[in-house]
Structures are given as C-alpha cells and as structure tokens.
Design a protein around this ligand. Structure first.
Ligand code: NAD
Ligand code: UDP
Ligand code: UDP
Length: 329
C-alpha cells in the first residue's frame, strides 16, 4: 500500500504511470498544483529522475520504480495511465515489451481501478488511426493500421488497450476515459528520442544537418504540452458519461519541411537540410478534428507553434549549455 500515507487523509490520491516521462512529468506538476497526493510510477525506460527531481521535496509526491506489466497494489482514487515509450526509435527498440506495456499494463491498471472503484484515464494516441485515409481524423474513424509492420507494436498495443478500457467499462461498470493524443512537444522531450521537434531543435542548435525523412511533405499537427495536459485533466474531471475516445491536439497542420524551415529561422542556425529515407508506414498526413474536445470539454489549444517552439528552444538551449559547462568542468 504505497500511497496510503495518513498524513493527508482527506486528499484525493492520484496515480500517474509514466510520470517521469515527458508528458507525465508535466502532468504530475500540474496535478500537484490542484492539491492532490500524487504517486508517480515509472520503470525509467524512457523517463528520467531529472524530469521530476524538482517535485521530490514535496511531501505529497511519491515515486515508485515499477514496471506496469506486473501487478500493482496501491490505494488511489484516480489513475492516469501514461506508461509506454512514445517515440518510434524507443518503442521499436523492444517491440514485444512495448505491446506488453500497452496490453498487460492496461489490464493491470484496469484491475487496480476495478478493485478500488476508481476512475481511470488512458493516454491513447492518434496512431490508432494509422496512415489515415480520412482527413482530418474524427474519433468515429476506425483507422488504417498495418497490423504486422514496425509501428504495429505501438499502434496495435494502444488499440487493444482502448478495447480493454471499453470492455472493462461495459463489463465491470468502470469509470473510464480515453484521450487520443496527437503529436505533442515541449520542454523535457529527450534530446535523443528521435522525435521530429527535438531532433530538429538539437540539430539546429548544433549547426548540424537537419534530417528530413522522405520529401518532407508529410504533415503533422503539433500540440504544446501545457495545452495537452489541460485537455487530459479536463477529460478526467468531466462527467462520468464522457468516456471518449476524444482527440486532443492542435489542429494547425504543417509539413515537416515547414517545421524544418521554421526551426532554422527561429534558432538563426547555419544548418542545411538533408534528406533521409522515409521510415516504413510513416503516416502521410495527420490533423485532429477537435470538435468533440471543444464541445464536451470546452477545450481548445492556446499555444501556437511559434510560441511553443520558442519555449522549447529556450529549454534545449539551457540544458545544452548546462551540459557543455559540465563537460568543461
Ligand atoms: P515518454 O517516453 O517520455 O514517457 C513514457 C514514460 O513511461 C517514461 O517515463 C517511461 O520510462 C515509462 N514507461 C515505459 N514503459 C513502462 C513500463 N512498462 N512500466 C512503467 N513505466 C514505463 O513519452 P511521452 O511522450 O511522455 O508519452 C506519454 C504517453 O502519451 C504515452 O502513453 C504515449 O503513448 C502517449 N502519447 C504521446 C504522444 C506524444 O506526442 N508525446 C502522442 C500520442 C500519445
Ligand atoms: N491487479 C493489480 N492490482 C490490483 C488488482 C488487480 O495489479 O489492485 C491486476 C492483477 O494482475 C489482475 C489484473 O489486474 O490479473 C486484472 O484484474 P481483474 O480483477 O480484472 O482480473 P483477475 O484478477 O480476475 O485476473
Ligand atoms: N521526421 C523527420 N526527421 C526526423 C525525425 C522525424 O523528417 O529527424 C519525420 C517522421 O518521418 C515523421 C514526422 O517527422 O514523418 C514525425 O515524426 P515523429 O517521430 O516525431 O512522430 P510520429 O511519426 O510518431 O508522428
């Protein structure tokens, strides 16, 4: 019973799995501001202690190293299930473990929520739409996913997790919430996790070639992490009848080439653009239809790409110079 300390018996107890990761650490921070008691569970596969070290002195914050593919017995009121590597190079590094994390992790967290009669939210993904043939993507679209390709461990794992959430909801009358997250960026992305925003910023700051995969005409719609976290908490706090799945992302769509040029301009970099092969099954286009989030959650993104990139570039500049000064010492 890890989170059953009695010092704050009246407080809401919240579990965040994957809380030491990029989005999870921002979520932990924001939830602590609401006055709850927080248990962060992470196996540190792609997350780091550094992401949450500023929270460690807070007596309402607790961290537990644990892999959610194994059962977890704690006492909480709400669960945000974020544990899962999210960038292609990380989720393809051990694909079997990726599927296990989504599927066995969902079963364990749903079993936990069922025993506690608590509310549970799943961090799902726009990848459930695969390489979409419908544009923009509405929640009613069933998707176009290759079930046996290199991305399937992530896509199909997340699709199966959604199935489990809805079956636990129907079969055990569980309070479930499913959020389909579109490409999210911001401070605390790992510099080496291969995602396009962090890659381009790190390359630009180092005046190294900017690597565009394919012709760069594929599109993505980038959501700043603060907006995403607001949508996630908004869904958790919405009436029980609102289960989702609900898209959460910024509907402004850019080509990858647009993004490269914007990052070069904003950093004043001397980097040139180079092209690399397009990875297999890379989606050609992606943009969320966010009308459900607007209508049901009164949510809309506030931070546009230029401002979000400024804040993200500032973070990488700071952590980059810190690393350089550490090297010099
Ligand atoms: P991240 O890799 O930074 O965070 C994932 C966290 O989960 C890490 O801290 C990692 O150590 C932890 N983790 C992985 N496997 C685990 C396991 N078996 N047990 C316990 N902890 C484990 O990624 P992120 O971008 O913060 O993504 C968080 C969630 O949001 C993921 O579920 C991801 O699928 C989803 N999501 C993210 C994006 C995005 O653009 N960032 C888009 C769609 C969905
Ligand atoms: N489980 C858990 N913590 C709990 C309760 C359950 O980790 O507090 C896990 C346990 O491993 C179990 C799974 O969740 O196998 C699914 O639980 P459920 O009650 O749905 O099924 P069962 O116990 O019958 O397998
Ligand atoms: N991408 C790119 N250069 C990079 C990293 C990614 O051109 O250095 C492309 C990638 O092929 C994809 C898009 O940018 O078309 C977004 O990639 P990311 O891995 O960030 O997210 P996802 O493909 O999961 O949406």
């Amino acid at each position: 019973m890890v989170a059953s300390r009695n010092a704050f018996p009246q407080r809401r107890r919240v579990l965040v799995t994957g809380g030491a990761g990029f989005i999870g650490s921002h979520l932990c921070e924001r939830l602590l501001e609401t006055g709850c008691e927080l248990l962060c569970v992470d196996n540190f596969f792609t997350g780091t202690r550094r992401n949450i070290e500023h929270l460690l002195d807070d007596p309402r914050f607790e961290i537990l190293r644990h892999d959610i593919t194994f059962p977890l017995y704690v006492e909480v009121d709400e669960i945000y299930n974020l544990a899962c590597p999210a960038s292609p190079i990380h989720y393809q590094w051990d694909p079997v473990q990726t599927t296990k994390t989504s599927v066995l992790g969902a079963i364990n967290m749903l079993g936990l929520a069922k025993r506690l009669r608590g509310k549970i939210l799943q961090a799902s993904t726009s990848e459930v739409y695969g390489d979409p043939e419908v544009h923009p993507q509405q929640e009613s679209y069933w998707g176009h996913v290759n079930p046996i390709g290199p991305r399937s461990c992530y896509d199909e794992g997340k699709r199966c997790a959604e199935t489990l959430f809805f079956d636990y909801g129907r079969q055990h009358n569980l309070k479930i919430k499913v959020l389909r997250i579109f490409n999210t960026y911001g401070p605390r992305m790992q510099p080496n996790d291969g995602r396009v925003v962090s890659n381009f910023i790190v390359q630009a700051l180092n005046n190294q070639p900017i690597t565009i995969y394919g012709d760069g005409l594929q599109t993505r719609s980038f959501c700043f992490v603060d907006d995403l976290v607001s949508g996630m908490i908004g869904l958790m706090n919405s009436p029980d009848g609102i289960t989702g799945p609900i898209n959460c992302g910024n509907p402004n769509e850019f080509t990858i080439r647009d993004l490269a040029e914007k990052v070069i301009a904003m950093t004043g970099s001397r980097s040139r653009i180079v092209h690399r092969p397009l990875p297999q099954d890379d989606p050609r286009q992606r943009r969320p239809d966010t009308s459900q989030a607007e209508e049901l959650l009164n949510w809309r993104p506030k931070v546009m790409l230029t401002e979000g990139l400024q804040r993200t570039i500032a973070y990488f500049e700071k952590s980059h110079s810190k690393e350089r000064s550490l090297v010099r010492e």
